[in-house]
Every structure is written in structure tokens, then in C-alpha cells.
Design a binder for this molecule. Structure first.
Ligand SMILES: *[C@@H]1O[C@H](CO)[C@@H](O)[C@H](O)[C@H]1NC(C)=O
Ligand SMILES: *[C@@H]1O[C@H](CO)[C@@H](O)[C@H](O)[C@H]1NC(C)=O
Ligand SMILES: *[C@@H]1O[C@H](CO)[C@@H](O)[C@H](O)[C@H]1NC(C)=O
Ligand SMILES: [Zn+2]
Length: 328
């Protein structure tokens, strides 16, 4: 609206010489064109996709069509590690059937690449109020391996972020789960560039070739959730906070877990994601929402067990050094 007002001020003086009918007509045309270019509400899009001639809402305007996107407890966030609070209740997760090999469809849904997961993989413990079953996973990335994660750690943006979306076990669909403030649990994993390719990601990287166009899909014949994430022993250190979906509707019903240990992918593997296309034919890059204000939320961290273990070792080391009797 502000740019439109400014234009009017510039245009009007030069119109004085034109007939008033003509003047009205020109104004109407100008008005109409301004309304249809930048002010019309459309589907949502990422900043990278936004252009005045494409009628989509960029992240700052997601709230136009989805009021929850301006809520107080939104995601993603920047985690300031020195402000996190260690919580002993954040125990290691139990991953059931994460090794299970399944068949699925991988799809370019116009905003990301998404894979449906059969409902048999379940997570529990990890400070969660019960069991949550996996529903789907998808990714967020940058431009050709550049910064692209949604969450950032001490301001660092990783090249990509994996979201494995789970819902409380007794729900049958995500919509119902999202009406429960703790209905959804998302496990977030960061990626880091490595010098060698990650073989376990080859089925997904290969499949990307067949789904470059928006709404394209292809089958994924044998994959497990376990093969996509670091080994279980590397998943005991994580951050926890309560937030929202990072895409519209932005529903505030998500218990977030962000694992510290990143997943290695080669530059070539990371780049393969940038070959996908948005519905407008542009390169699908920068598929992340900017970080949102914490608004007083406390971010917790796990690691109680690790600290306990290291202090136990320290006590043992001191006891050995001083020849004291060891207490178990
Ligand atoms: C998984 O879904 C099937 C059918 O959709 C249902 O019969 C079964 O109870 C579900 N299992 C779990 C663990 O939710
Ligand atoms: C995959 O694409 C085919 C053909 O375009 C379509 O019929 C099918 O419904 C799609 N499947 C999914 C899961 O989107
Ligand atoms: C697991 O953690 C260890 C120690 O931090 C690290 O050296 C190793 O590379 C990790 N493994 C994976 C697959 O991330
Ligand atoms: Zn996501």
C-alpha cells in the first residue's frame, strides 16, 4: 500500500495536462495493476520464490491467510546454547521399528520433497509424554549446498535439515493431532558437508532425478528411517522446546527435538536437491522459514547422562590417582 501511495504522488502532477476523464481512466488502470501485483493474497511461498509477478505470500505475510503464523510460539528458532537449560528428564529416545524397511512414494509437493512413512515406527522416552508414531519426513535446504536449515544453533545455519514428523500414537490423522497442543513431535536433524558421499542416501538422491517437476512423484522401494539418521548412540545430545509447524498453518502443537550430531552428505548430494523446481518453474532453493522470536520460551538440552558419566569417570580417576578405595 505504501509504494502505491508514493507512485500516486509522482504520477499526479504529470497528469494535469491530460483531460480529467483520461486522468480517471489512467488512475483506475494504475490502481488495478497495483492491486493485482503485490497486494493480492495467494498461496504461501518462501522468500526465494517470491516475486511481485507471482501471487504468493512470502513468509512475512503468511499470517494473511493463516493467522496462527503470527502466534507467540512459532518455529523455527535460533538456539543460543549458553541459554539452554539442562533437563535430566531428557533421556535417550527409544526408537521402535526405525530399522524396518518399507516401500513408499517420494514427492515434490511444490514446497519440499516429502516421503510418507507407514505407521509402525514409534518413538518414546526422550522426555516425551508417551509414544509418537512416524507419519512422514521432508527436508529444508539452501541454494546448491549453501545455508538452508530452518533452525540455527548460535546463529549457524546448516546446509539442510531433516524433519521426521510424528503424532501421538492414538491419533489416526495429522489434522486431529494438531488440535492437541502436544499432539505432534518432530525430530529435526542437521546436515553437514562431508568429503565422501553418504551411501545410505543414494536411493533418495537418485529418486530426485524423477521428481524435478512440482507434484512429480516416484516410488522409493526399500528404505528405513534408521538409515537416514546417525546411529542411536549419537542421538543422546539434543535440544528441546515447544513450537509450531514451520509451514502454514503454523499450528502451535509441536514438541521439537533438534539433534546436535549432524548427518554427513557430500556437496554433490546436497546440490541434487537444488535441481528440483517450484510450481512456477524456478529452482527449488531456500526452502526454509526465517527464525522466529522465542518470546520467553526456555530451550532445554539433554546430556544429563553424559555429564554424570564424565563426573563418575573423574571421581574414578582421582580415586585411582590418590589410591583411595573406589565406591560404586
Ligand atoms: C496403523 O494403521 C493401520 C491401518 O491404517 C491400523 O490398523 C493400525 O492399528 C495402525 N497401527 C498403529 C500402531 O497405529
Ligand atoms: C503420483 O503421480 C500419479 C500420476 O501423476 C498420481 O496418479 C498419484 O496419485 C500420485 N501419487 C501420490 C502419492 O501423490
Ligand atoms: C558419532 O559420534 C562420534 C563422536 O562424536 C563421531 O566421531 C562419529 O562420526 C559420529 N557418527 C556419525 C555417523 O555421525
Ligand atoms: Zn519441516
Amino acid at each position: 500500500m505504501r509504494s502505491h501511495d508514493r507512485k500516486q504522488v509522482i504520477v499526479l502532477p504529470s497528469l494535469r495536462r491530460v483531460s480529467s476523464k483520461m486522468q480517471q481512466l489512467i488512475l483506475l488502470v494504475l490502481l488495478a495493476s497495483f492491486w493485482t501485483t503485490c497486494t493480492k493474497a495467494g498461496d504461501w511461498c518462501y522468500q526465494s520464490q517470491f516475486a511481485c509477478d507471482h501471487q504468493c505470500n512470502e513468509p512475512a505475510n503468511w499470517n494473511h491467510a493463516h493467522s496462527d503464523c503470527e502466534g507467540r510460539y512459532q518455529s523455527p528458532i535460533n538456539v543460543v546454547t549458553r541459554k539452554t537449560l539442562k533437563d535430566e528428564r531428557l533421556t535417550p529416545f527409544q526408537f521402535s521399528n526405525y530399522q524396518q524397511i518399507f516401500k513408499s512414494t517420494i514427492k515434490n509437493n511444490g514446497h519440499s520433497v516429502q516421503v510418507g512413512v507407514p505407521n509402525l515406527s514409534i518413538i518414546s522416552d526422550g522426555g516425551l509424554p508417551g509414544g509418537y508414531k512416524a507419519v512422514q519426513f521432508h527436508l529444508h535446504w539452501g541454494n546448491n549446498g549453501g545455508p538452508g536449515s530452518e533452525h540455527t544453533i548460535d546463529g549457524e545455519q546448516y546446509p539442510m535439515e531433516l524433519h521426521i514428523v510424528h503424532m501421538k500414537q492414538h491419533y489416526t490423522d495429522l489434522t486431529t493431532a494438531l488440535s492437541d497442543p502436544e499432539g505432534v513431535a518432530v525430530l529435526g536433524f542437521f546436515y553437514e558437508r562431508s568429503t565422501s558421499a553418504n551411501r545410505k542416501y543414494e536411493p533418495i538422491i537418485k529418486a530426485l532425478q524423477n521428481i524435478k517437476a512440482a507434484n512429480g512423484n516416484t516410488s522409493l522401494n526399500s528404505i528405513s528411517l534408521a538409515q537416514l539418521i546417525p546411529p542411536e548412540k549419537n542421538l543422546t545430545t539434543y535440544y528441546r522446546y515447544k513450537g509450531s509447524l514451520t509451514t502454514p498453518g503454523c499450528t502451535e502443537a509441536v514438541i521439537w527435538t533438534l539433534f546436535e550430531n549432524p548427518i554427513p552428505l557430500s556437496m554433490e548430494q546436497l546440490r541434487a536437491f537444488s535441481e528440483l523446481k517450484f510450481p512456477n518453474g524456478k529452482q527449488m532453493v531456500g526452502t526454509f522459514r526465517p527464525v522466529q522470536p522465542l518470546n520467553g520460551r526456555q530451550v532445554s538440552r539433554s546430556g544429563g547422562a553424559v555429564i554424570l558419566l564424565s563426573s563418575a569417570l573423574l571421581v574414578a580417576a582421582i580415586a585411582t590417582a590418590f589410591g583411595l578405595p573406589q565406591v560404586n
